[in-house]
Design a binder for this molecule. Structure first.
Ligand code: HSE
Length: 368
């Protein structure tokens, strides 16, 4: 029986992964080993069949697994992956972290978009598979088909990213900030809009708003900077668009992708406004057909107010696997310029879902 080790299953992405694996009954027919970085010997979930938690820093225990799935984060991957490989371990490493994404020995997994690259990788013995950046994966779930049809000359993505992308502690702080502002508004003696605005701004700027995580007020505001600074004025989150996007699609030469990544006060859905320079003037209906036929999760939302407000918002999409894309229209810039808006749950397609699907692909490959 295939021995599959799980590391980081208690964290947010790991919890969503476990939930999805339970829903899809992914555990049948495998031996599941739960690892812990802090509680080795403790009680593991029922799927461990009574076995206790193993030590996630013990290379020998890790190496006894055929497959390791890590949601533990980049620091763990940096500490453990290389020594594990150096020890001679030839198993499959499936990782949510960004550490190994751009390595030559890895494939970035997003099988509704790049299943052929994954299959080719398995056939030539690639053993390392990394989930992509959430924004990039969600963008390609929506418009990957346009790249694959050779219709994209370049793309800009202006993002509206949820707190969850930065981790569970950030989500909690966002809610604390909301609570703080709601309390301030409640105490306001006036219902006049300008009075309320003054009350809120003073609460947002006040020293008692919790900002330890974000370093700034997010509730009722936004943060136009995500991740580290890169050369040329980009942030690392912005850099990933072109680097990871082209690697996922296997495009040579790469298609230019760039934009501005912004954190907004939503919990777990990332949204993106796209501007695509088409390689030729393709009718809108044809573009919609390419998009709608790409995978079972993408939905073309009619470009009208009612449909957009009902289907194309984080509130509508949160907790689902759907990737709606709407506001599709040719921009005033010219007939080769396409505008679009897309939304997706960053914990599902943006993080956990490609990992559990990779385990399924791998199992089918090993059984064939
Ligand atoms: N870096 C992303 C974010 C998370 O901060 O929203 C998913 O890769």
């Amino acid at each position: 029986m295939l021995r599959v080790g799980l590391i980081g299953w208690r964290g947010m992405v790991g919890s969503v992964l476990l939930e999805r694996m339970r829903e899809e009954k992914d555990f049948s027919g495998i031996e599941l080993i739960f690892f812990s970085t802090s509680n080795a010997g403790g009680a593991a979930p029922a799927e461990a069949g009574g076995a206790s938690l193993r030590d996630a820093s013990n290379l020998r225990e890790l190496a006894a697994c055929d497959v390791l799935i890590s949601c533990q984060g980049g620091e763990y991957t940096s500490e453990v992956y290389a020594p594990l490989r150096q020890s001679g371990w030839k198993g499959y490493w499936i990782d949510a972290a960004s550490t190994l994404r751009m390595s030559d020995e890895s494939i970035i997994i997003l099988d509704p978009v790049n299943s052929s690259l994954i299959e080719q990788g398995l056939a030539r013995g690639v053993k390392t598979y990394a989930g992509g950046n959430c924004t990039v994966s969600l963008m390609l779930m929506a418009v990957g088909a346009l790249f694959q049809a050779g219709l994209v000359e370049w793309l800009t993505s202006m993002t509206y990213q949820a707190a969850s992308g930065a981790g569970a502690a950030k989500m909690i702080e966002l809610v604390r900030q909301m609570r703080h502002l709601a309390n301030a508004a409640q105490k306001s003696p006036s219902e006049n809009a300008l009075d309320l605005d003054r009350t809120l701004i003073s609460a947002q700027r006040g020293a008692s708003l919790p900002t330890e995580e974000f370093g700034a007020p997010l509730a009722g505001s936004l943060l136009p900077w995500i991740d580290k600074e890169m050369p040329g004025g980009q942030t690392r989150e912005e850099w990933k668009g072109m680097a990871e996007g082209n690697k996922i699609l296997g495009l040579h030469p790469p298609v230019p992708i760039d934009g501005i990544c912004v954190r907004i006060g939503t919990m777990r859905c990332h949204s993106q406004a796209l501007c695509i320079k088409l390689a030729k003037n393709v009718p809108l209906e044809e573009i919609e057909q390419h998009i709608a036929g790409a995978n079972p999760w993408v939905r073309v939302v009619p470009n009208n107010k009612e449909s957009s407000l009902r289907c194309l918002t984080p509130t509508a999409v949160s907790g689902t696997l759907q990737v709606p894309i709407g506001r599709l229209r040719k921009l005033n810039l010219g007939p080769q310029y396409l505008g679009a808006f897309t939304v997706g749950d960053q914990l599902l397609w943006g993080a956990a879902e490609p990992l559990r699907r990779m385990l399924g692909i791998l199992r089918r490959h090993l059984e064939s």
